[in-house]
Design a protein around this ligand. Structure first.
Ligand code: GLC
Length: 377
């Protein structure tokens, strides 16, 4: 594509989405096309603000298309998990480093979040909108849907929540009083990406900031439930629903009891285990729905991240998780997300981030038996 990125799906998602593009970088790298990887990574910083804030969508093909919604042209006025830290680190480790300007842009993006984004008293960063999590209809947000979760009501509420975002001087999003959620998933991904970037830049201050977030995350662990609990008004309700994304603190947490608990759940067929990959929601949750958008299917980008996380602790378990995810991706026709038991594809088909299954397959070694996990963290 002349604009230098792959649309997640040309019909459903024609723009450049932030975290999708970071995953596409990993896929290009696995395909051996370092130039496309570098271009796609550089492109997502096109609408970056002077504060360092990186919009979650880059509308480079038609900069004015949603200017009315966002109050700015070129990009949105919210962000997404800053997976560019991992993308930069992956390219550097592969000996194909991005241009200096891209590393500086990634660093500014992470520093904006660490320094400018409002925090909850727990020390965790606050989301400005559910879309910032990338997990748009996660049951974690059900407590914020008027009258309880309903897809249509939630759609309307997500539109309303765009209007309550508070921005700083240059329009960068810093808080949202109507959605004061400190998501453990989002914070885990900020900490992980900060660590990744710090590791290749030798940035001790960024590393220390990631450690601080990691400590704040540890305090959110609920041993009885076996999950990390979001901070905010729904902490005693939907903020503790057992979802796959809420297990992402495993990317930065090394505490053995927590690690063992999460590993067991990912393999347990009554918890998150599935022949086509890890379920997006724990099967014992009343809201679990293996065909519902963000309510139970396997999401390839979450499965990839969980394989990375598990690989630090139990390479054989990571191999099994990778093998199941690859099987699901193939069966689904490289779908946006799929059924955890049958692999039947749902959402947009094909969806570019299902190409992460190539990255996982490459990490699996001979005869489909994984021998190593993708580098990371
Ligand atoms: C959906 C997903 C989001 C993704 C986008 C583009 O909105 O929830 O995570 O970035 O589609 O694929």
């Amino acid at each position: 594509m002349p604009q230098g990125y792959v649309a997640p799906n040309p019909v459903a998602y024609p723009w450049q989405w932030l975290w999708d593009s970071c995953f596409h970088v990993l896929v290009w790298q696995a395909l051996g096309d370092a130039d496309r990887a570098r271009r796609e990574l550089a492109g997502l910083f096109g609408p970056q603000a002077s504060s360092g804030f990186v919009p979650h969508v880059n509308y480079v093909r038609d900069p004015e298309v949603h200017a009315d919604l966002w109050g700015r042209s070129g990009g949105s006025s919210i962000t997404q998990p800053p997976m560019y830290g991992h993308a930069v680190a992956t390219l550097v480790r592969a000996g194909a480093p991005p241009a200096d300007g891209v590393v500086a842009a990634a660093s500014a993006g992470i520093r904006f979040l660490l320094g400018q984004r409002a925090r909850d008293p727990s020390g965790l960063l606050l989301l400005c909108h559910p879309w910032e999590s990338g997990a748009d209809d996660s049951p974690r947000w059900d407590g914020y849907c008027p009258g309880g979760f309903d897809p249509e009501r939630w759609r309307a509420e997500k539109s309303r929540l765009v209007t309550t975002i508070r921005a700083d001087g240059d329009g960068s999003p810093v808080s949202n009083p109507a959605f004061p959620v400190a998501s453990v998933a989002f914070n885990a991904l900020v900490a992980f990406n900060a660590r990744e970037l710090a590791s290749v830049m030798g940035d001790a201050a960024m590393d220390a900031a990631a450690d601080e977030l990691t400590r704040a995350l540890a305090a959110r662990w609920d041993g009885d439930l076996g999950t990390w609990v979001d901070a905010g008004p729904a902490a005693d309700g939907s903020g503790r629903c057992r979802t796959a994304e809420a297990l992402l603190p495993l990317l930065v947490d090394r505490e053995p009891v927590r690690v063992a608990c999460v590993l067991a759940q990912l393999e347990d067929p009554t918890a998150h285990g599935g022949p086509a990959g890890p379920t997006g929601v724990h099967r014992a949750e009343p809201v679990f729905d293996p065909t519902g958008y963000w309510r139970g299917p396997v999401w390839p980008q979450l499965a990839y991240l969980l394989v990375l996380a598990v690989g630090h602790h139990d390479p054989a378990a990571a191999d099994r998780l990778a093998a199941a995810t690859v099987a699901g991706a193939w069966t689904s026709g490289l779908a946006e997300y799929w059924h955890p038991d049958t692999g039947v594809g749902m959402g947009a088909v094909p969806q570019a981030w299902a190409g992460l299954s190539l990255v996982l397959r490459d990490a699996m070694g001979d005869a489909g038996h994984p021998t190593r996990c993708p580098a990371g963290g």
